[in-house]
Write a protein that binds this ligand. Structure first.
Ligand code: FES
Length: 91
């Protein structure tokens, strides 16, 4: 996992067995970066209180967070991961 801050967007890019994923880096429960958490397969776990988020859908999987995170579309061109920050998929 790696965090990128671009044009006001705080984005977590994760590389898993299924490929690359880009989601909002901020845990909706409190102000902490998900990049400080753990990658567990296709899920990221927040380091502060343990909520988990699906990297593909942004869906929150357990409390205490009760909101999903944004998912950013991405594509890979010539080995470069490109995240579309102008578009995001609200969940
Ligand atoms: S800050 Fe992430 S679950 Fe509480």
């Amino acid at each position: 996992m790696r965090r990128y801050k671009v044009e006001g967007h705080d984005i977590l890019v994760a590389h898993t067995k299924s490929g690359f994923h880009a989601i909002s880096n901020q845990c909706p429960h409190d102000i902490i970066g998900l990049d400080l958490g753990c990658l567990e397969g296709e899920v990221v776990r927040c380091s502060l209180h343990g909520s988990r988020f699906n990297l593909t859908t942004g869906e929150v999987m357990n409390p205490p967070a009760d909101e999903s995170v944004r998912v950013y579309p991405l594509q890979i061109e010539d080995g470069v991961v490109m995240v579309e920050i102008g578009k995001y998929l609200d969940k």
